[in-house]
Design a protein around this ligand. Structure first.
Ligand code: G1P
Length: 293
């Protein structure tokens, strides 16, 4: 049974400077909610209540966000701000959230190895802290359903444009059904001409504990980082690994353009903003068109 999630959130967020100089990228808000809160909510919606966040230097704001804040709660209560009071106090009790700090930024594979003691000999979910996925059924739940069928590692994948494969881990595999693949290989950031497919690793994994013994002596790979992808390529020689083309829309918050698009989409989904914001967007488009003509 999959009961625990690991959220790596130690990265420097260099793609999002300067705002990430003194602020974790995982705290960048989509309207009023930090990215990582969507990730934690996805875990909870999939029935996972034990979450380990791999943090690092400059990431204190994440801990504070998921902690109780008695002074703020008292103030909101006294002022009769009931809705905000419940929202703030819920955050302190959302799940059983633990933290551990990655000592050096040596890559995603190294970050995951910090979870070893916490997850022990159980399978666990890995959820990248800068990726949110909008879906009817939480993607983590979709992966758990596949895990329950095979009891082996499962990776969420999505099709990407061929020219974008070099940004991702890419899988090779044979299709088992409409959405499920059995892996024959996995490679980190291949050149487009050498890519085995256009199925990209999308920031959600269920891993078996066997991966830890591989991470122990894994040399650095692409970008001189210890790559989780390289560990999975070795794991594949010992166990089957599956990939699942999930249903949902992935948003990479570490990328500025994607971040802007996500904010717009999420604003249009909120009842209080949908209409006025759509009106505003239409007026912006109309104005731009006028300039063009
Ligand atoms: C990481 C993984 C990569 C995956 C990607 C998804 O890369 O190493 O396999 O496809 O996340 O966002 P990064 O974005 O850290 O370079």
């Amino acid at each position: 049974m999959v009961r625990k999630a690991v959220i790596p959130a130690a990265g420097l967020g260099t793609r999002f400077l300067p705002v990430t100089k003194a602020q974790p990228k995982e705290m960048l808000p989509i309207i009023d909610t930090p990215t990582i809160q969507y990730v934690v909510q996805e875990a909870i919606d999939a029935g996972i209540e034990d979450i380990l966040i791999i943090s690092g230097k400059g990431k204190r704001a994440i801990e504070d966000h998921f902690d109780r804040s008695p002074e703020l709660e008292l103030l909101l209560n006294q002022k009769g701000k009931t809705e905000q009071f419940y929202e703030v106090s819920r955050l302190g009790e959302m799940a059983n959230i633990h933290f551990i700090r990655q000592k050096e930024l040596k890559g995603l594979g190294d970050a995951i190895s910090y979870a070893r003691q916490h997850t022990g000999d159980e399978p666990f979910v890995v959820m990248l802290g800068d990726t949110i996925i909008d879906s009817v059924i939480p993607v983590t739940q979709q992966l758990i359903d596949v895990y329950n069928q095979f009891c082996q590692s499962v990776i969420a994948v999505e099709e990407v444009a061929p020219e974008k494969v070099a940004r991702y881990g890419i899988i090779a595999g044979k299709s088992i059904d409409e959405r499920t693949y059995q892996l024959s290989g996995i490679v980190e950031k291949p050149k487009p001409a050498e890519s085995p497919s256009n199925l990209a690793v999308a920031g959600r994994y269920i891993l078996t504990p066997e991966v830890y013994s591989i991470l122990d002596d894994l040399p650095p790979g692409v970008n001189n980082e210890i790559q989780l992808t390289d560990a999975l390529q070795i794991l594949l020689k010992r166990e089957n690994i599956y990939a699942y083309r999930f249903e949902g829309r992935r948003h990479d918050i570490g990328n500025k353009l994607d971040y802007l698009k996500t904010t717009v989409e999420y604003a249009l989904k909120r009842a209080e903003f949908a209409e006025p914001f759509m009106e505003f967007l239409k007026s912006v488009v109309a104005r731009e068109k006028n300039y063009e003509s």
